[in-house]
Design a protein around this ligand. Structure first.
Ligand code: SF4
Ligand code: SF4
Length: 92
């Protein structure tokens, strides 16, 4: 398992969707690994103006640089969970 950043620091959110799927978010009753009910198919928040503080306060960091470039949301979520030690990485 590789927990170290292998990419450059990324400060811009690219709307990859991983942080709206991977973590559990108690304020939204969102379980680990399942997409937030407010996330649309394009990885945009449909509740942006009323999103909770945990979402408002989330800022892009090196984890984004690790997950956002991956080609599918499934892979992005798997890597996000791996980094935080929340789930096993995908096979392969
Ligand atoms: S993981 Fe980072 S790049 Fe992806 S949606 Fe969240 S903040 Fe944006
Ligand atoms: S409320 Fe919006 S920003 Fe927060 S996890 Fe859901 S989709 Fe993402």
């Amino acid at each position: 398992m590789n927990l170290h950043p292998s990419t450059f620091w990324q400060r811009e959110c690219t709307l990859c969707g991983a942080c709206c799927v991977a973590p559990d978010i108690s304020a939204l009753q969102k379980p680990l690994g399942l997409a937030c009910r407010h996330l649309d198919a394009g990885c945009r928040c449909t509740n942006y103006r009323q999103r909770p503080p945990v979402c408002r306060n989330y800022t892009p960091d090196w984890v984004c640089g690790e997950v956002a470039p991956l080609p599918t949301l499934e892979l992005r979520v798997a890597r996000y969970l791996e980094i935080y030690g929340l789930a096993a990485p995908p096979d392969g």
